[in-house]
Design a protein around this ligand. Structure first.
Ligand SMILES: [Zn+2]
Ligand SMILES: [Zn+2]
Length: 612
């Protein structure tokens, strides 16, 4: 068993104190387990009474008593028989006997005691309860015993503990900030996307506001791709199973795909034969009947486009890009807002190049990532370089090719000038890769997409080009979707900006606020002018107080407000209030205001606090 770090020891000790406090308040509670976690600890209880938020406060108060008593944590080693006796004496046989059985034969059985509380536990713990200086109970949630839906659902109390009060406060502040930024909450409030049971879990409906956000992002990424010589393609959402057999995506990854689609005629004749479902599944796997697959990957279709005409070395590299929608089967428990879904659109592209071109192409991918991250104010990101495990023989492709590809990746990452880590053994069997992890403003890390070298698919599909030597050669493929998917990237961006998007991304860029209905005609004229200039705006036509209109625009996180009062109508000027760029505030003529906004949109100006 791995030794606990001092922080884990502290948190695990807090979980024992939690269980001790619960038993003082609810002696009938049955205990399961209470390990430390990445950010704190929990303990699982079986209890008729349902814990409430008020109960958590009561339990915290009792925990403070236990801590004040400064009980010593004492290790007691026993035989299995003694352990069973001890568990029964304490009336905790419901779960603890099963946990005792989990301890491998021959291993030491131990308990930890503090005060009147005794728990089956391998350890380790701090020496006295007073060491627990800063803790907090956070929430209670249902949790199945051993994580299995077939077992009884227990009540899990989550908490956290830190060495100092300051660290605890900082953590709670970050937690609160994360709650405010949650893309599922903001997505609903700002009407950016919708998930509807009737459509299906994990399938995103982009509402009009969210569609603008996505369109702007795609336009931006596509324009950068064009600068780098990419060509845009479109491919269908389904393709024949045989295609994915050739690529190796079926049946090997069928657990993570939607089931194949079989046409009516085939189904009917199979039914006629009396073919069972299991048999149908086997025949599909074995390729005895064909069908279609909702595409889990775009690569095979891009490969077919590359292979649709003869290629010479002069044509390479061929860079095919598509915002390509793919479908993967995720367990419903894994689904999460926009960041874990079942249908998503990758910022996908496949580069077909020669060995010699590999380095420059990877470098191009990294430059694109840098440009996009910089434009979005994502200053803090790191790169992981997945290399092969030198002791394994599972890799496809010549070792010499791998050496060159790995060197090319390393070289490209170095020129990027960001933190990177080499991770031996993290390469796919078909080639080394790079992936990107961004840190947001509150310090959370988000894994985005990858750049992946591939020596396997070109061979599986028999791709070739004619070299300068007039002979056939096999190209290398680079798969790259550096931002992952539009869904995930948008979810991350919502949290990154906390919904306060830069002007170019904001679904509504300006809200016109007439102080009274008298200024409506002026507002309408202004609206026409702004729309003609390509600026997205709307008039607040509510007849409530001006303060309420400002408040509404703030809640809707509109970057700029134009205040239109009597004075503004007389002078023909507007008063600009801004949520994102304080320097832009003040009085402007209409022409000036339009010029200012147009410039911010064109330059993709970042909100205050993000620039740099
Ligand atoms: Zn323990
Ligand atoms: Zn691919």
């Amino acid at each position: 068993m791995k030794a606990m770090t001092p922080l884990e020891e502290l948190r695990h000790s807090a979980s024992h104190v939690l269980a001790a406090a619960v038993l003082r308040l609810y002696p009938e509670a049955k205990l399961d387990i209470g390990p430390p976690t990445e950010n704190g600890f929990y303990y699982d209880f079986d209890l008729e009474h349902k814990f409430t938020q008020e109960d958590l406060e009561k339990i915290e108060a009792t925990m403070r008593e236990v801590i004040k008593e400064n009980q010593r944590f004492e290790r007691i080693e026993t035989s299995r028989e003694e352990a069973e006796k001890l568990i029964r004496e304490r009336g905790q046989e419901a779960y603890k006997l099963g946990r005792l059985e989990d301890i491998p034969e021959g291993d030491t059985v131990s308990f930890y005691r503090n005060g009147e509380f005794v728990d089956l536990c391998a350890g380790t713990h701090v020496n006295y309860t007073k060491k627990i200086k800063a803790f907090k109970l956070l929430s209670v949630a249902g949790a199945y015993h051993r994580g299995d839906e077939k077992n009884k659902q227990l009540q899990r109390i989550y908490g956290t503990a830190f060495p100092t009060k300051q660290e605890l406060e900082d953590y709670l502040e970050r937690l609160e900030e994360a709650r405010k930024r949650d893309h599922r909450k903001l997505g609903r409030e700002l009407k950016l996307f919708h998930i509807d049971e009737a459509v299906g879990q994990g399938l995103i409906l982009w509402t009009p506001a969210g569609a603008i956000l996505r369109q702007e992002l795609q336009t931006f990424i596509a324009s950068e791709l064009r600068k780098q010589g990419y060509e845009q393609v479109f491919t269908p959402h389904i393709g024949k199973l045989g295609l994915y057999r050739t690529s190796g995506h079926f049946p090997y990854y069928k657990e993570s795909q939607f089931s194949p689609i079989v046409d009516h005629e085939a189904l009917e004749s199979l039914a006629h034969e009396g073919c069972s479902c299991a048999e149908l599944s086997n025949r599909l796997d074995e390729g005895k009947i064909d069908g279609y697959l909702l595409k889990p990957m775009n690569c095979p279709m891009h490969i077919k486009i590359f292979d649709s005409q003869p290629r010479s070395y002069r044509d390479l590299p061929v860079r095919l890009a598509e915002f390509g929608t793919v479908y993967r089967w995720e367990q419903s428990g894994e689904l999460n807002g926009m960041t874990r879904v079942r249908g998503f659109t990758q910022d996908d592209a496949h580069l077909f190049c020669t060995e010699d071109q590999l380095g420059a192409e990877i470098q191009g991918c990294l430059e694109l990532v840098k440009t996009v991250f910089t434009t979005l104010g994502m200053k803090d990101y790191r790169v992981r370089v997945g290399l092969r495990d030198p002791d394994s023989s599972k890799y496809t492709g010549e070792p010499a090719l791998w050496d060159r590809a790995e060197a090319a990746l390393r070289e490209a990452v170095k020129t990027l000038g960001v933190d990177y880590a080499e991770e031996p053994g993290e390469a796919a069997f078909y080639g080394p890769k790079i992936d990107f992890v961004v840190k947001d403003v509150i310090g959370r890390e988000w894994q985005l997409g990858t750049v992946q070298v591939d020596y396997n698919l070109p061979r599986r599909f028999g791709l070739s080009y004619v070299g300068a030597d007039n002979k056939d050669h096999v190209p290398v493929i680079i798969h790259r979707a550096p931002f992952g998917s539009m869904e995930r990237f948008t979810g991350v961006l919502i949290e990154h900006f906390a919904g306060n998007f830069p002007v170019w991304l904001a679904p509504e860029q300006v809200r016109l606020l007439p102080i009274t209905d008298d200024q409506l005609p002026f507002a309408e004229e202004l609206e026409r002018t702004l729309k003609a200039a390509g600026i997205r705006c709307a008039i607040d036509r509510h007849s409530d107080k001006f303060g309420a209109k400002v408040r509404r625009a703030e809640l809707d996180k509109i970057p700029h407000m134009f205040v239109l009062g009597k004075k503004e109508v007389e002078t023909g000027k507007i008063t600009l209030r801004s949520r994102v760029n304080k320097a832009a505030e003040g009085q402007h003529s209409v022409d000036e205001a339009v010029a200012l906004l147009t410039e911010q949109i064109r330059n993709r100006t970042l909100p205050d606090g993000f620039s740099g």
